[in-house]
Design a protein around this ligand. Structure first.
Ligand SMILES: *Cc1c(COP(=O)(O)O)cnc(C)c1O
Ligand SMILES: [Zn+2]
Length: 412
């Protein structure tokens, strides 16, 4: 057997490795399960450190096909200390995991696509597709082009123009659907049943989701093979937060880090908060919503991994929070002003929620806290336009500049 296989969450039936979605017996989703005993015998810190700096250095803990050759240098993004933002929001040990700088398309979706396409090729798919809120389409279009695969990207109509162009430029087929992401996703599930296509977040979803674990592996390694106390993660479908939590558990189970409890905290926009809204309920129920927020990347009203995300949050002792549209813009500005990092709207959500969790005492000031910044602000400039209206234009003369300053030279 491989080191991993698909397994039903409910009944435990194993399926080997194949582009399958749910269990034939109980219709529960299939997840990847590893033989961690055997992985433990095969990996060590030193071996991982000797490999190139990208997600493939953790290959024993990713569901890659046998004989897989290292792909694009995706991941291993900077983990930055954030002392200025930390003192502004009340943390003495704050860090930023900066996937705004992820290769090749500036979001953490590059990680999940890289893993899904490794399996798509092994399964023999010539055509790949996805339902996307923007970043996933960008990542799939770019990596499919690189691998010579045909890509179909299905999008809801109201996405940021930069994210539409950043899929189209790679020659992908773009289908803009008159509906919400959840309607787009349902359409993709139907297409997937009638065509021999690999949809990264439908029939390859189990493999796709595992790519998110690389965020957690990198955080631990970059902290010196140590687990943080808290991570704050933006949530759309809920896969990333679930797999980051899982990644820490796997590092402990394979002996790569010392056991240490990590609390995972989820962040959503107030206008699309089905998971965050359920966190405080005694019998949590995720009620699908119609998204209304400037944060399009997190606009999934019916999250596929919602209950898993809730379980991960509760099991860790974490919590969740939301940000309004104006708080999202403020969060983006604060992050940029304090740390020189331009994150997208999802980063504005994460910064806002982290500040609130610190203010409420749910996160302690002295604890090691990592904020996951998952995408680049250059893709979502539109909501900032109102915050930065055009400035009056200056004549190209020194006295004009001094008049603007209102102070003669040499005085200030
Ligand atoms: C997709 C996305 C997320 C959320 O990922 P899920 O795994 O669906 O919860 C977070 N941030 C950005 C920028 C994204 O594009
Ligand atoms: Zn089953």
């Amino acid at each position: 057997m491989d080191l991993f296989q698909l397994k039903c969450e409910e009944c435990g039936r194993g399926y080997g490795n194949a582009p399958l979605v749910v269990c034939e017996d109980c219709f529960a989703p299939l997840r990847i399960e590893y033989d961690l005993e055997r992985v433990r015998e095969r990996v060590s810190r030193g071996q991982i450190e000797s490999r190139p700096s990208d997600i493939w250095r953790y290959r024993e803990l990713l569901p890659l096909p046998a004989g897989h050759e290292r792909g694009l240098p995706v991941g291993f993004t900077p983990l930055l200390r954030a002392p200025r933002l930390g003192s502004r929001i009340g943390s003495g040990d704050l860090w930023l995991k900066d996937d705004a700088a992820c290769f090749p398309t500036l979001s953490f979706k590059d990680r999940v696509v890289a893993v899904a396409l490794a399996q798509a090729q092994a399964f023999g798919f010539q055509v790949v597709g996805c339902a996307s809120t923007g970043n996933l389409g960008n990542a799939l279009a770019a990596q499919a082009a690189r691998l010579g695969l045909e890509a179909w990207i299905f999008l809801p109509v109201d996405l940021e123009p930069a994210k539409v162009v950043a899929s189209a430029v790679y020659g992908a087929h773009l289908v803009q659907v008159d509906g919400t992401y959840d309607q787009v996703n349902r359409l993709c599930a139907e297409i997937c049943e009638s065509r021999p296509w690999g949809f990264v977040n439908v029939n390859l979803r189990a493999y796709y989701a595992e790519g998110s674990k690389s965020v957690g592996f990198e955080i631990a390694e970059q902290l010196g093979w140590r687990l943080p106390d808290n991570v704050v993660v933006p949530m759309a479908g809920g896969a990333q937060i679930t797999r980051i939590a899982r990644s820490f558990a796997e590092l402990v189970e394979t002996g790569l880090v010392e056991p240490h409890p990590v609390r995972v905290f989820g962040a959503q926009a107030e206008g699309c908060s089905p998971i965050a809204g359920a966190v405080s309920q005694s019998e949590p129920e995720i009620r699908p919503q119609d998204p209304r927020t400037i944060c399009r990347s997190l606009s999934i009203g019916n999250p596929a991994d919602g209950y898993d995300a809730l379980r991960a949050i509760h099991a860790s002792g974490g919590w969740a929070g939301t940000a309004t549209d104006s708080e999202i813009v403020d969060g983006m500005r604060t992050l940029a002003e304090e740390e020189g990092v331009f994150g997208e709207t999802a980063a504005g959500v994460t910064v806002t929620v982290a500040a609130r969790l610190l203010a409420e005492g749910r996160i302690g000031a002295g604890e090691t806290t990592v904020l996951c910044l998952t995408g680049n602000g250059l893709k979502t400039v539109d909501p900032l336009a109102r915050a930065f209206p055009p400035q009056p234009v200056l004549a190209p003369q020194l006295d004009a500049f001094e008049a603007r300053l209102g102070v003669p030279a040499g005085v200030a």
